[in-house]
Ligand binder design. Structure first.
Ligand code: GSH
Length: 229
């Protein structure tokens, strides 16, 4: 049985606004130290100075596919955020939820909220090959897939680099959930077999994120076991 998740139900974010009953509930992140999507959520908390509880999910032994875990995440993946009687899956949705709940790193009006939603969707499309390249190299995946994955990652990074030319952050003049979403993939580019020097605007942007108070690299940021953070 997973600790602290009995009776939680996955519900659509669209029904979450306006419910005051969970204001004082702790944020509980289910993740794994190797997961870049889970790292996004820990990074949000660290950069925002927000306390959270951490629950380690043993991906190697398939804990994510257990009925107990799938009761809070029907996709059987990390991360999951549990907040009161709510559970939220998918890192982009969790970041959007946390921005709403905490008032940090989100859109300040409807136009910005839509822009950020666009960014989250676009970044997930064009930079996912960066994660795939790391997964193949770090976890002994199918090396036959690498030529296609590497080419896709390079073309996504080129687009991202072009966008960042002359900009401090992805959207507007401040760090948002779009930056937090993209960053873990870029912070570990070398594990993806990619040289950041080929993408100077991405490199400069990543250095700006690293300069934010609360930043730590993934393997220091992510607990290896259940923790109060
Ligand atoms: N689109 C998802 C991706 C989550 C994901 O890929 N999680 C991986 C770890 S990085 C996972 O849980 N894999 C275990 C599995 O699929 O069984 C998100 O952004 O949250």
């Amino acid at each position: 049985m997973l600790p602290g998740n009995a009776g939680h139900r996955a519900i659509p974010v669209s029904t979450l606004q306006g419910d005051k009953s969970i204001v004082t509930a702790p944020f509980i992140l289910y993740g794994n130290v190797n997961s870049q999507p889970a790292t996004r959520i820990a990074l949000f908390f660290r950069l925002g100075g927000i306390p959270f509880q951490y629950r380690h999910v043993d991906l190697r032994n398939g804990q994510q596919k257990s009925p107990e875990y799938q009761a809070i995440n029907r996709f059987g993946r990390v991360p999951t955020l549990v907040h009161g009687d709510r559970s939220v899956s998918e890192s982009s949705v969790i970041l959007t939820y946390l921005a709403e709940q905490t008032g940090q790193f989100g859109g300040r009006d409807d136009v910005e909220k839509i822009r950020l939603a666009e960014w989250l969707s676009w970044l997930a499309d064009v930079l996912l090959p960066v994660q795939r390249a790391r997964a193949v190299r770090k976890f002994n995946g199918d090396a036959n897939a690498l030529p296609w994955i590497d080419a896709s990652a390079a073309s996504g990074l080129k687009l991202f680099d072009q966008h960042l030319a002359g900009r401090g952050f992805i959207e507007g003049d401040r760090l948002t959930i779009a930056d937090i979403f993209a960053f873990p993939w870029i912070d570990l580019l070398t594990e993806s077999g990619i040289d950041a020097k080929d993408y100077p605007n991405v490199q400069a942007w990543a250095d700006r994120v690293r300069a934010q108070p609360g930043y730590k690299p993934q393997y220091e940021l992510m607990p290896q076991a259940d923790a109060e953070c």
